[in-house]
Design a protein around this ligand. Structure first.
Ligand code: NAD
Length: 258
């Protein structure tokens, strides 16, 4: 699978899953825009990938319309196109609903849903006139199943699937595909932060959170790896026909089956 110089803007790509996607895309001859809240880390990640002919770092808070528009426009100006969007930036905050601060609820929804909306709107401005593009949204097994303590995250990830399906319908007449990837648990800073919080909320040890909560429903007690998710993202970005659109691809060692 090759990306043949395609320009792919990946949000939240200074860390974790997004960073692995950026690496895999450059290996596959893509050019990448590492868009992240953390500008220094975005720039460092871009320079590690070979510098500004193949990768640039752009600072943006995906929930801020002005920053998103400025970042996407600057990236399109630099590389001359936007061929794929991977809407990946995200955070996790866990609380039982009766203790969930409204500000935290709004923050989770803003980063996941406002972020996906704003980056989509800014990128289709370039994709529609060129009559090609791939929209790739980072869902989760929580796009399909609930989990206690994660009301905002589960609501946001279900919303991501709704947006994916709408964009498959709206994008079709412009030759733009939209799909979601739904990973199981991946050991990244997002999950590392969540484990002690879940342990405290549930009154169990961190080891039990791993074995009895995160991995319990998998077929082989394995975490999904960032590279597994990156491989699926590459397939979606490189896919040559429009038949694959509006789908949610679950990458979870079978977690979702139970
Ligand atoms: P991570 O914490 O390693 O990376 C998240 C990145 O997003 C960071 O670089 C961070 O700076 C950036 N970010 C945070 N807020 C931002 C904002 N407002 N604007 C721009 N960038 C922002 O997390 P990850 O595990 O790689 O998560 C990436 C995506 O994958 C998220 O959408 C997450 O919900 C999803 N996901 C993760 C897992 C998992 O188990 N790790 C499972 C399923 C889905």
């Amino acid at each position: 699978m090759t990306l043949d110089g395609k320009v792919c803007l990946i949000t939240g790509a200074a860390s974790g899953i997004g960073n692995a996607i950026a690496k895999r895309f450059v290996e596959a001859q893509g050019r990448v825009v590492i868009a992240d809240l953390n500008l220094d880390a975005a720039k460092a990640a871009a320079s590690e990938l070979g510098g500004d002919k193949v990768a640039i770092g752009v600072g943006m808070d995906v929930s801020n319309e002005e920053q998103v528009n400025a970042g996407v426009d600057a990236a399109a100006k630099w590389f001359g196109a936007i061929d794929a969007l991977v809407s990946n930036a995200g955070i996790q905050i866990v609380h039982p609903i009766e203790e969930f601060p409204f500000a935290d609820w709004k923050k989770v929804l803003a980063i996941h849903l406002d972020g996906a909306f704003l980056t989509t709107k800014a990128c289709v401005k370039y994709m529609y006139p060129q009559r090609s593009g791939a929209l790739i949204y980072m869902g989760s097994v929580h796009s399909h199943e609930a989990s206690p303590l994660k009301s905002a995250y589960v609501a946001a990830k279900h919303g991501i699937l709704g947006l994916t399906r709408v964009m498959a319908k709206e994008g079709a007449k412009h030759n733009v595909r939209a799909n979601a990837i739904c990973p199981g648990f991946v050991m990244t800073p997002l999950v590392e932060k969540q484990i002690p919080e879940q342990a405290q909320e549930l009154g169990i040890s961190e080891k039990q959170v791993v074995t009895d909560v995160l991995l319990k429903e998998t077929v082989d007690s394995q975490f999904t790896k960032v590279e597994d998710v990156a491989e699926v993202a590459l397939m979606l970005a490189a896919f040559k026909t429009n038949a694959l659109t509006g789908e949610s691809i679950i990458v979870s060692h079978g977690w979702h089956m139970n």
